[in-house]
Ligand binder design. Structure first.
Ligand code: 2NE
Length: 275
């Protein structure tokens, strides 16, 4: 695979290859912890991948290993820039902008696959959780730390985690702040598969290519449908948005617009009331 650089950033890497975008958090000296700038860059790259009609699958991963040999997907918010009210950006503004990123990953109509080697901890754990699929390297370590470091994610980080692993296990993960191996994560349904670390990216590409061979509209409707089950009115909005998109593609839908522009009454009689 020859990755093409899609755009250059400070805290992340962004590449593309034949329908696949790869976004890499690139702060290995901090176990890929994110600061506000990292999140703004991630948001920008995800928006680009969303807009690119050739891209169907996005891989999210962490750079590594670090010089000490350790791997990390992401270790959450950068505690060294945490101030009152959030993580402080370059302009001194406190931010929790990772919540915006979570919503973008969840709602963009393409498949996002987390490739996790090493630590997926704290807000980094929630990032993999929010992705549609997770492929774990055999050295992956999962866990939340919030109550240990004076933080918590009571949004998707709590409720969606409970949807995935069940209420008891989700409470254990948050209340005890233990770390779990890739195998344990697999057993609790937190990841889709476990693979040797040096095969992680190749496996991600295989999964992506299988998905890319499928119908884009079928995949986007399914993602919206899975989300709708958990996301209340926002989830229904996404699902219904797909219905509107498909309706606009029909002659019946186009007739309403044409009639308005031609200043005549619409002729919907030509379309049946299907059973
Ligand atoms: C990830 C973990 C378990 C790795 O442990 P280890 O022993 O392998 O590495 P070490 O030595 O702790 O970390 C290596 C370097 O990375 C920095 C460390 O400070 C250290 O720096 P130096 O001493 O070499 O200068 N580093 C690692 N994680 C960092 C972080 N999150 N922020 C800033 N620097 C970090 C271990 O490192 C760990 O437990 N990390 C902290 C995990 C954590 O508590 N994350 C925040 C959770 S809260 C959150 O993410 C959040 C939220 O709850 C709600 C909204 C938004 C965010």
């Amino acid at each position: 695979v020859v990755w093409q650089v899609a755009k250059t950033y400070e805290d992340i890497l962004y590449h593309k290859y034949e329908g696949i975008a790869k976004i890499t958090i690139n702060r290995p000296h901090k176990r890929n912890a994110f600061r506000p700038k990292t999140v703004f860059e991630l948001y920008d790259a995800f928006c680009d991948a969303r807009e690119d009609g050739k891209i169907g699958v996005i891989l999210l991963t962490g750079a590594g290993p670090h010089t000490d040999g350790k791997y990390a997907f992401c270790s959450g918010g950068d505690q060294s820039v945490r101030g009152e009210g959030g993580y402080i950006d370059d302009g001194g503004i406190p931010r929790l902008n990772v919540l915006d990123l979570q919503r973008l990953i969840r709602s963009l109509p393409k498949v996002v696959i987390a490739l996790v080697a090493g630590y997926a901890i704290g807000g980094g754990h929630v990032l993999h959780l929010i992705c549609d699929l997770t492929i774990a390297a055999d050295n992956a370590i999962f866990g939340q730390t919030g109550p240990k470091v004076g933080s918590f994610d009571g949004g998707f980080g709590a409720s969606y985690l409970a949807r995935i692993v069940g209420q008891k296990k989700a409470r254990e993960i948050w209340f005890l702040c233990r770390q779990y191996t890739a195998q344990q994560a697999l057993e609790m349904g937190l990841v889709n598969c476990v693979i040797e670390v040096d095969k992680l990216e190749a496996e991600g590409i295989i999964w992506a290519q299988e998905i890319l061979a499928k119908s884009p509209i079928a995949i986007r409707c399914l993602k919206a449908a899975f989300n709708a089950d958990c996301d209340g009115q926002a989830g229904l909005q996404e699902l219904a948005g797909n219905a509107t998109l498909l309706y606009y593609m029909t002659e019946e839908g186009a007739e309403g617009k044409k009639a308005f522009l031609e200043k005549r009454p619409p002729n919907f009689h030509q379309y049946p009331w299907l059973p």
